[in-house]
Every structure is written in structure tokens, then in C-alpha cells.
Design a protein around this ligand. Structure first.
Ligand code: HAM
Length: 421
């Protein structure tokens, strides 16, 4: 019987393997450090929730209507894999009612049944923050700057920031009516999809990338010209804050993000080094009504999500966040049976030195090759002579012309630390 072909990761998903995963780890580490420094704590939510959690936040959106991984568990409960992070965080807030402002960050997978292509996957991963419980425009500024600082810290420079305000319950309905009337007169100029749906969702037409819709909406009324006094003042303060902190942005009145929950400030970062369709590396905004939608007390919120995979593509395109050259600092080479490597590598690790070794009694030559390939700076070598005299040879693998010295076994850790310092 011919054997079945080996399994592969499902379409639109991928494995992240070493050494590439070291960049992933570095990226998450940078973000964790930045968020932590600004007072954000890590939140970890389940990857699946009651289906209703997501239906509530986006029934009018493609992500929820067409792309969600919804299923029943064996007990017949309707569930869904999270398509994004905000709804889960808000659900957790409503459930636990932590004190506000509640500032949290996450690094978590999201699932969307999309057509896979470069930069668009069925499982992607987001770095995000959410702040619940403050209407202060300075929170909007803090959140936007945090994302911008991450890009800067990684060395990703070719990033643009589009900024908009979606208004609130006081001013948006009037604006939507105005936009609806404008579109009514131009229905036949819209793309096929929006010819059908413009009436239900006039705002989505603004976000449509097809030429027909772009042209038809060129002169459409702008939300920014119809903000109520409170939203206008809020937005002004956000802009002042970004100006004061030196964060450049473009006002983009078409920026209607892909979820129904946004109010007031919305924003999106694009990496201009990437292909247009998949160059959004992060986005977010305020959602002052979402907590109530999910059954909690009136509580404002704001946050963003950054796509890890896309951000790594942007790093590639700009030569940023290179792979570290070395996996460990020290390689232990043992030509006398392996026990010396076992003991020395653990002595080093217990002293906080990153060390590795070969297994399976490889030849001295093969071990030296592995040592070299690891990028380690030092080799600790134990051959028959060293074994007999209770010493090891310490060889510099990078620079110093391969300098080598003999060191007593009980001095190895101290000497290695000196050489690495
Ligand atoms: P989003 O814009 O849908 O927002 O996703 C955030 C980021 O995740 C995108 O800018 C993009 O970098 C990445 N992303 C989204 N879908 C995919 C995909 N299929 N493949 C690869 N990367 C993808 C949200 O999810 C909101 N929850 C953001 C937010 C947080 N708003 C307020 N708080």
C-alpha cells in the first residue's frame, strides 16, 4: 500500500521555526518592554469565545459575516475562534470588572477565513493594547505613540499614519444620513458589491478600494467636517498631543476601519515598503460603546492591533531586526566521551552563560564545525590531554586570531565570564 502523503500545515497557516523564530521572540520582547514601561499588563484570553461575543461586535463586517471560524463544540455550544483581540479583552473586562483605567497588552493569534496570499493568512498574530475606562484624549495619544515607538525601536522607518475621527452617537447618525443621500444619487456608479449594500452601510463604501467607488465618492461629505463640538474638541486634543510628541500623520477622512465598534479616533499604520494591498501593519481606534454592547456598564475604550507577520515583512523590506548571529555564547567540545560536555555545559548554564554542545559522540572535527556554525564566541574543548591534566582549552572563535589558552577545570566558568565580559 502506498503511504499517505505527509500532512502539511493548513492553507493560510504557517510554522515559525528557529532561527527565524528568534526575530519573532525579539519583536514580542520589544513590544512587551515598551508596553510594560508605559504601565500596561499582559492579558491572556482564550482563543475561542461564545459566538455571540464576536457577532455582537461586528455583524455588519466581513470579518464576522464571511470569515469567522464558527463551530459547535461537542456539547452543542456555539463558539468561534477569535478573529481579533478587542472583543475578547472587552468580554474579560465585563466579566472581571478590574479597576480603571485598565491598561493591557497581548500577543495572540487571530483567525480569519481569508484568501491566503503574501501578508494575508488564516491564522495571523497580533500585538495589541486596549485601555478601558478613560475618555481622555491623552489616552488616544498614548496608544498611537506606543505603536509608533515600536516601529521606531525596530528600525522600521517607512511608516505612514492615517488618522480620522468617526464621531459619536451625537454626530455620526446625521453624517451617515448625509453620506447615504450622497451615495443614493450615485448608486449606479458604485462597484457591484456596494451597489447592493450602500444603503445598509454607507460608511463601508468610503473604505472600498475599487476604482468605481473611489471615483464616485471623491466629493463625498467628510466626517471630519461634521463632528459635533465634543468630538471636534477631542480630536483637536489628540492631534495636539501627536504634534507635541513629534508623531507625523495624515488626516484621512476615508479611514473607516473593518469593525462596527469604532467611535471618535481611528488610525492605521501602513508600511510603504510593502505591497499596497497588504501594507497595513497595524490599526485601531476608540470604541466607547463596546463595553455596553457586551453587557457591561458604560465604559469607554481604545486600542490597536499590529500584525506580527506583516511587521516582520516590513522589517525584511527595510533590513531591520536582523537575525542574531549567535544562538549561544559558548560551545562545549568533548572528544572524550560526552560526560565532560554534559557537566561543563550545565556548569556554564547554571552560571547564566548560554552554552550548547553536540551529542552522539561526533568527531572532534564535526564538533568544531558545529561550534563555528553556532556563532558562539568561545569553544571549551576537552580532549584526551585536557582530560588527563584536569584542564580545558578555551578557544576564541571570533577574532583574536583564534587565541587559545589552557584553564583548570574549576576555573572554567570564571574565565569564560571574564572573556565574554
Ligand atoms: P485589524 O485592522 O483587523 O484590527 O487588524 C490589525 C492588524 O492585524 C492589521 O493591521 C494587520 O497588520 C493584521 N492582520 C489583520 N488580518 C490579517 C491577516 N488575515 N493576515 C495577516 N495579518 C492580518 C483589529 O483586529 C482590531 N482588533 C484592532 C483594534 C484593537 N482596535 C481597537 N483595539
Amino acid at each position: 500500500m502506498p503511504s499517505a502523503p505527509p500532512f502539511r500545515a493548513p492553507s493560510g497557516t504557517h510554522d515559525v521555526l528557529p532561527p527565524e523564530s528568534a526575530r519573532w521572540q525579539a519583536l514580542v520582547g520589544r513590544f512587551a518592554a515598551l508596553a510594560g514601561q508605559a504601565g500596561y499588563g499582559l492579558v491572556v484570553n482564550p482563543v475561542f469565545e461564545d459566538l455571540g461575543v464576536f457577532q455582537r461586535v461586528g455583524e455588519g463586517t466581513d470579518v464576522v459575516r464571511k470569515e469567522m471560524y464558527a463551530f459547535e463544540d461537542r456539547g452543542g455550544r456555539p463558539l468561534a475562534l477569535r478573529p481579533e483581540g478587542t472583543a475578547s479583552v472587552v468580554r474579560a473586562y465585563v466579566q472581571h470588572r478590574p479597576t480603571t483605567p485598565w491598561k493591557v497588552w497581548y500577543a495572540a493569534p487571530s483567525f480569519r477565513y481569508e484568501r491566503p496570499q503574501a501578508g494575508r493568512y488564516r491564522q495571523h498574530h497580533q500585538l495589541g493594547v486596549e485601555v478601558l475606562g478613560s475618555v481622555d484624549a491623552d489616552v488616544d495619544v498614548e496608544v498611537v505613540v506606543l505603536a509608533a515607538e515600536l516601529f521606531g525601536a525596530l528600525g522600521v522607518r517607512r511608516v505612514t499614519l492615517a488618522l480620522n475621527s468617526m464621531g459619536d452617537d451625537a454626530c455620526r447618525p446625521g453624517y451617515v444620513a448625509l453620506l447615504g443621500a450622497f451615495l443614493d444619487e450615485r448608486t449606479d456608479q458604485l462597484c457591484a458589491e456596494h451597489r447592493q449594500r450602500a444603503g445598509e452601510q454607507p460608511l463601508r463604501v468610503l473604505d472600498c478600494k475599487r476604482t468605481e467607488c473611489r471615483e464616485a465618492t471623491a466629493g463625498a461629505p467628510r466626517m471630519l467636517d461634521h463632528l459635533c463640538t465634543a468630538c471636534d474638541a477631542h480630536f483637536r486634543r489628540v492631534r495636539d498631543g501627536l504634534d507635541a510628541l513629534g508623531i507625523g500623520y495624515q488626516l484621512e477622512s476615508r479611514l473607516v476601519r473593518g469593525f462596527d465598534y469604532y467611535t471618535r479616533t481611528t488610525f492605521e499604520f501602513a508600511a510603504t515598503a510593502l505591497e499596497g494591498a497588504q501594507n497595513a501593519i497595524g490599526g485601531g481606534g476608540r470604541y466607547d460603546g463596546l463595553v455596553e454592547e457586551l453587557g457591561g456598564p458604560p465604559t469607554p475604550g481604545i486600542g490597536f492591533g499590529i500584525g506580527i507577520e506583516r511587521l516582520l515583512l516590513a522589517c525584511d523590506a527595510e533590513g531591520a531586526l536582523r537575525l542574531p548571529e549567535a544562538t549561544v555564547d559558548v560551545w562545549v567540545v568533548d572528544a572524550v566521551g560526552g560526560a565532560a560536555a554534559r557537566d561543563l555545559s550545565w556548569s556554564l548554564r547554571r552560571a547564566g552563560v548560554a552554552a550548547d554542545r553536540a551529542f552522539d559522540e561526533r568527531s572532534l572535527r564535526a564538533q568544531m564545525k558545529l561550534a563555528d556554525r553556532s556563532g558562539a564566541r568561545l569553544a571549551v574543548i576537552v580532549g584526551a590531554d585536557e582530560q588527563a591534566s584536569g584542564t580545558v582549552s578555551l578557544r576564541q572563535l571570533r577574532g583574536n586570531d583564534g587565541a587559545q589558552e589552557l584553564v583548570a577545570r574549576d576555573r572554567v566558568v570564571a574565565r569564560v565570564r571574564e572573556l565574554l565580559a
